[in-house]
Design a protein around this ligand. Structure first.
Ligand code: ADP
Ligand code: MG
Ligand code: ZN
Length: 614
């Protein structure tokens, strides 16, 4: 059911190097075991006390010595009759050839031999070293990203090998322009000679640029699938490690692998993680990043764009603006392909592609789904379809219905429905009035989008919601549309005023939105007659003056007052329009609110039927 499996599941990957156990690990293990064994198994030797030779001769004179062991001609160990100390050792300061005779004379048992367990002593001295090396070894093994010990510099590039489930352009909905540009790359990889014969140079580096979730990663895989070549995937952040130099050697290794496997595609996802402008480092550690980036530049130059190394480097980023200009120079990532946000038609196709993976009911209106998901990226749509399937599973349905999609969308847009939230009848009524105010205005404003639905089921932090359903995507808006939008914002407030003579805190968001839009109208969009088409208070990049940040202000105090007045004027005007419409249609407003109280959610059709609106 679940549709948005992780790419990895779709592309089971084979690690390039087999993971045989490391011989070093074995050695390490053996040493550690010897250490522990020695620790527990070593014979318990009483402590040996070193005494001066004079003391020794003193003991000898006192006949206190029980027995001695002659280690060499300068060292003697032995024990005393009174047992204090239990064992002693003494060093003979001169060669005393008579000592042995003296000992024998005194009936002391004499034996020859070696010092007490030198093996264990040596081992004990080694222990700190063994532990030290062991620790370093352990660190290296567990260092993030290094698959095996002493393999820091190896790239972690994953070579995907499809098992018959290849991703192709057919799996990517829409993106006509991007596909068109990438076709050329595919053609080159399939038959490099066709291009080189004519002396044509194919770009080595293609940068996919687009918002998160628009399908850049998907697209890169599709290119590899179409061309049917090996595909190495690595994310920019994989290069960046805490050890300086690791990133650079990973880059080297990645490109080496690429060359060996040509023709192939090397894909560097999230390029901005390594490719940020040099010198503009944020905090520590940017040395490492710069080295990595430099290596990347060097490797890219090292490639021959001819047929010899038919390797294409794809990269993806959603921040092309922060990339180091050197990366974008001709001969490197000199071609940019925009992976755009889907429009309504494309959203429909994305819905269709992902809906194939779930059991659908018959009545699914994909066009409506797409229209009700404005501004959603491919990834968000994939997620929405999955949520819908989850809703269907939760209610133990056999198929995913339009209702499941609605619920999934509401959850994503507004938060989880809180059906269990205990709301008093009075509060529900007020919410119904408020939302009816918003909803009703949709029918009496010329430029407003049609209503999609209105609900008093609380979602997330909102107690209710009136949603509109744009007929198509718009990339620019008229002044009329925006003003009507503000009027709708005031619908909730005006309805509360009309029926209760006071308002609630539920209007906060509406008022914020209205004010924001009015301010944009005046200051940026030049939609106010008095202030004219002038941009006021552009948010500039901060300018550094010495160590101070200066924000330049581009209008006077007087203008500031005028701007505020202009914003207020728009808000007053729109608020009054909302009030006027609701006063005129008060009976409808109350009827709608009552219906909402019983039904909780009403669609556009429901409202039209209720109020006899054509
Ligand atoms: P990006 O790399 O741009 O952030 P991804 O390629 O990771 O986005 O997209 C995430 C998921 O969204 C994909 O795995 C796919 O399921 C879905 N998706 C995004 N765009 C599309 C599209 N145009 N067609 C089909 N599925 C898409
Ligand atoms: Mg991605
Ligand atoms: Zn509201």
């Amino acid at each position: 059911m679940a549709n948005n499996e992780k790419p990895r599941q779709k592309f089971p990957l084979k690690p390039r190097k087999n993971n045989k156990s490391n011989p070093l690990a074995l050695v390490f293990f053996v040493i550690i075991s010897i250490f522990f064994a020695s620790f527990f198994l070593r014979p318990s030797t009483p402590a040996v006390q070193t005494i001066p030779y004079s003391t020794f001769t003193h003991f000898l004179d006192q006949k206190n010595i029980l027995k001695v062991k002659i280690i060499d001609d300068r060292t003697i160990e032995g024990s005393l009759k009174d047992g204090t100390p239990l064992l002693f050792r003494t060093f003979i300061p001169y060669q005393d050839s008579t000592l042995l005779a003296k000992l024998m004379e005194n009936d002391i048992a004499v034996e020859g031999g070696s010092a007490n367990n030198p093996f264990w002593r040596i081992l004990l001295e080694l222990v700190p070293w063994i532990i030290g090396f062991g620790f370093i070894y352990y660190m290296m093994r567990s260092a993030p990203g290094s698959g095996k010990a002493f393999q820091f510099g190896k790239s972690k590039a994953k070579k995907y090998e499809d098992n018959g489930k290849k991703i192709t352009f057919a799996d990517v909905a829409g993106q006509k322009d991007a596909k068109y540009e990438l076709e050329e790359v595919v053609a080159f990889l399939k038959d490099p000679e066709r291009f080189t014969r004519m002396g044509a140079k194919i770009p080595k580096g293609v940068l996919l640029v687009g918002m998160p979730g628009t399908g850049k990663t998907l697209m890169a895989r599709a290119v590899a699938g179409e061309a049917n070549v090996a595909y190495f995937h690595m994310s920019g952040s994989d290069f960046v490690e805490m050890f300086v130099g690791v990133g650079a050697s990973r880059v080297r290794d990645l490109f080496e692998q690429g060359r060996k496997n040509a023709p192939c595609i090397i894909f560097i996802d999230e390029l901005d993680a390594v490719g940020r402008t040099r010198g503009a480092g944020y905090g520590g550690g940017h040395d490492e990043r710069e080295q990595t980036l430099n290596q990347l530049l060097v490797e890219m130059d090292g490639f021959d764009a001819g047929a010899k190394d038919s390797v294409i480097i794809l990269a993806a980023t959603n921040r092309p603006d922060v990339l180091d200009p050197a990366l974008l120079r001709p001969g490197r990532f000199d071609r940019q392909v925009v992976v755009a946000m889907p429009d309504v038609k494309e959203r429909e196709q994305i819905f269709r592609i992902h809906a194939k993976k779930v059991q659908l009911a018959n009545e699914i209106d994909f066009d409506k789904l797409a229209r009700a998901a404005p501004g959603m990226s491919g990834a968000e749509i994939a997620n929405l379809v999955n949520e819908a399937a989850l809703f269907a599973a939760r209610r133990q349905g056999d198929t995913v219905t339009m209702g499941d999609f609605e619920e999934a969308r509401d959850k994503i847009v507004m938060g989880v429905a809180r059906t269990s939230l205990a709301i008093s009848e009075k509060e529900r009524k007020m919410t119904a009035i408020h939302e009816s105010g918003h909803a009703l205005l949709h029918y009496y404003l010329e430029n407003a989008d049609p209503l999609h639905k209105v609900t008093i089921v609380p979602h997330g932090r909102a107690l209710g919601m009136a949603m509109s359903l744009p007929e198509s995507d718009s990339y620019s808006r008229t002044k009329g549309w925006i003003e009507d939008r503000i009027v709708i914002c005031y619908g909730g407030w005006a309805a509360e005023m009309l029926l209760y003579k006071e308002t609630t805190t539920g209007t906060k968001q509406d008022i914020q939105q209205a004010t924001e839009m009015a301010r944009h109208m005046v200051c940026e969009w030049g939609m106010d007659e008095d202030m004219g088409p002038v941009a006021y208070g552009q948010e500039d990049e901060p300018i550094f003056v010495g160590r101070e940040i200066a924000r330049h202000k581009d209008y006077s105090e007087e203008t500031a007052k005028n701007l505020d007045a202009a914003v207020k004027k728009i808000l007053d005007r729109t608020k009054e329009r909302a009030q006027a419409i609701l006063v005129e249609h008060q009976t409808e407003l109350e009827k709608l609110a009552d219906e909402l109280m019983t039904k909780e959610t009403l669609s556009d059709e429901d409202v039209k039927a209720l109020l006899n609106i054509k």
